[in-house]
Design a protein. Structure first.
Ligand code: SIN
Length: 305
């Protein structure tokens, strides 16, 4: 058996393995710490943080679908002050590589949060959420146009010196155009993809099941869409990508890596299997050993060349 290396790098950020949670599916790591140490993961991506605390959308916020889940959480979070004072200490004590997901209703909000995080040495990167489909102001409204996506990324770039990752929406006509705009505006890497806008109707009330009417679809139903977007963006731009969308096993993770992702995020699967990420890490290692591949980096984008 050969010695294998599952370390990777994305946007200049070195990771001991390519596996991390998708923002919002793992809180701030505390709840999962009873299952395993968060330091086992390549990085921890935390719930999207806004300038002020947010209560989120009216319940119900979740609807099951045959091959996935609709959510309309509405960026409930504790706000930047409490994130820094209450959440960072746990992540620091556990020696995690922390990627802070940030969101805002206005461009200045993003810049202000980024400035605050620039002063936090325990934060290794920011993931700029311009793709949340569940808020009335900001979120996806910034991410569906190249000019507004670019304006947000430029403002964060000015305020934040560390690795800057733009999280993009699949709800666009041309993902490559938005990806290029973000990279040209200073993003070091891209996370592809956020959820696909969808809905569910309650046939008894004859109304949308989610009070917000629509929600973001995640889970295995969106994997082929996400893979296609990773592949297209890698081929067109060569950018560093974190792939996300319906990953449930190490084989799914490998598909994303072969399509061009340097790392992957696991979202919905965390809700039904708290051990899914360590299982994927072990599976990747075993695949490399069994196939005589010394480094996972050799597989990044092999299917996109
Ligand atoms: C939410 O909080 O509504 C989900 C976050 C997102 O889709 O970016």
């Amino acid at each position: 058996m050969i010695n294998v290396d599952i370390s990777t790098a994305v946007g200049g950020l070195k990771l001991k393995n390519p596996v991390m949670p998708a923002s919002g599916t793992w809180g701030y790591g505390e709840e999962y710490a009873e299952f395993y140490s968060p330091a086992e993961l390549g990085a921890v991506v935390v719930k999207g943080t806004t300038l002020e605390p947010r209560q989120g959308n009216e319940p119900p916020r979740i609807a099951e679908t045959p091959a996935g889940m609709l959510n309309s959480v509405g960026l409930q979070n504790v706000g930047i002050e409490r994130f820094i004072s209450e959440k960072i200490p746990f992540l620091r004590e556990n020696k995690c590589i922390v990627i802070a997901n940030i969101a805002g209703g206005a461009i200045d909000d993003y810049a202000e949060i980024a400035k605050r995080l620039d002063a936090e040495k325990d934060i290794s990167a920011v993931e700029v959420n311009i793709s949340c489909p569940n808020v009335k102001k900001g979120g996806i409204a910034f991410g569906v146009r190249a000019d507004t996506a670019s304006a947000v990324i430029k403002s964060v770039r000015k305020a934040y010196k560390g690795a800057l990752i733009a999280k993009l929406s699949p709800n666009v006509t041309d993902i490559v155009e938005i990806a290029r705009a973000c990279i040209d505006s200073g993003a070091d890497a891209l996370t592809l993809i956020n959820t696909v806008k969808g809905m569910s109707i309650d046939i008894n009330s004859r109304k949308p099941l989610l009070p917000n009417s629509t929600g973001g679809l995640s889970g295995p139903a969106i994997k082929p869409i996400a893979l296609r977007m990773v592949y297209e963006v890698k081929k067109a731009t060569g950018a560093d990508i974190i792939g996300v969308g319906g990953i449930e096993c190490f084989e799914d993770a490998l598909e994303f890596i072969m399509a061009g992702a340097s790392a992957v995020q696991v979202g919905t699967a965390n809700f039904y299997n708290p051990f899914i990420m360590p299982e994927i890490i072990s599976g990747l290692k075993a695949y490399l050993e069994e196939n005589g591949i010394s480094s996972v980096k050799e597989l990044i984008g092999v299917a996109a060349r």
